[in-house]
Design a binder for this molecule. Structure first.
Ligand code: 5GP
Ligand code: ZN
Length: 136
C-alpha cells in the first residue's frame, strides 16, 4: 500500500532514485542523505505504515532479522567498531518522515557522534508506579 506524497513510498517503489544497499519483496535499504556517520542507512518497508504502531506483524518480524544481516555486513565492509539501531515513532520522538523506517548507524571510535539521552534518578516508588501502570 502506498500513501500519496510520502517520500519514502516514492523511494521504496523506485519513483525517486536512491542509493540502494539491499532490496527484496518487502524492503528497500537505502543510504541516508544526511548521515550521522559513514554508511548510515535506512530500512524502508515497501508497503506504507506510518510507524511501529501500524506496522503489520509479518513485516515487524522480518525487520530485526534484516537489520542484523545488514549490521554484520556493513560492519565488516566499512570497518565499523560498533552499531546503533534507531527507530523513531511520532514527532515528539524525533520522527520526521512518517513512513516507518529503521536507522542503521555504523559507529567508529573517532566518529564524534553522541546518540544518547539524559539519565534521570526516579525513586524506587516511582519505578514501582510505572511498572504498575504498564503491567497492572
Ligand atoms: P527520522 O528523523 O524520521 O527518524 O529520520 C528520517 C531520516 O530520513 C533522516 O535521517 C533524513 O536524513 C532521512 N531522509 C529524509 N529525506 C530523505 C530522502 O529523500 N532520501 C534519503 N535517502 N534520506 C532521507
Ligand atoms: Zn510511505
Amino acid at each position: 500500500m502506498r500513501k500519496a506524497n510520502c517520500i519514502f513510498c516514492k523511494i521504496a517503489t523506485g519513483e525517486i532514485p536512491s542509493r540502494t544497499l539491499y532490496e527484496d519483496d518487502d524492503f528497500k535499504v537505502i543510504l541516508d542523505l544526511e548521515p550521522a556517520t559513514k554508511g548510515h542507512a535506512l530500512i524502508l518497508p515497501k508497503s506504507h505504515a506510518d510507524n511501529l504502531y501500524e506496522l503489520p506483524d509479518e513485516i515487524a518480524e522480518k525487520v530485526l532479522k534484516l537489520a542484523k544481516q545488514m549490521a554484520i555486513n556493513m560492519t565488516e565492509k566499512l570497518g565499523a567498531d560498533g552499531f546503533n539501531l534507531v527507530q523513531n515513532n511520532g514527532t515528539v520522538a524525533g520522527q520526521t518522515v512518517h513512513h516507518f523506517h529503521m536507522h542503521l548507524i555504523p559507529r567508529y571510535a573517532d566518529d564524534g557522534q553522541d546518540i544518547n539521552w539524559e539519565k534521570s534518578q526516579p525513586s524506587s516508588e516511582d519505578l514501582d508506579a510505572v511498572k504498575e501502570q504498564i503491567v497492572g
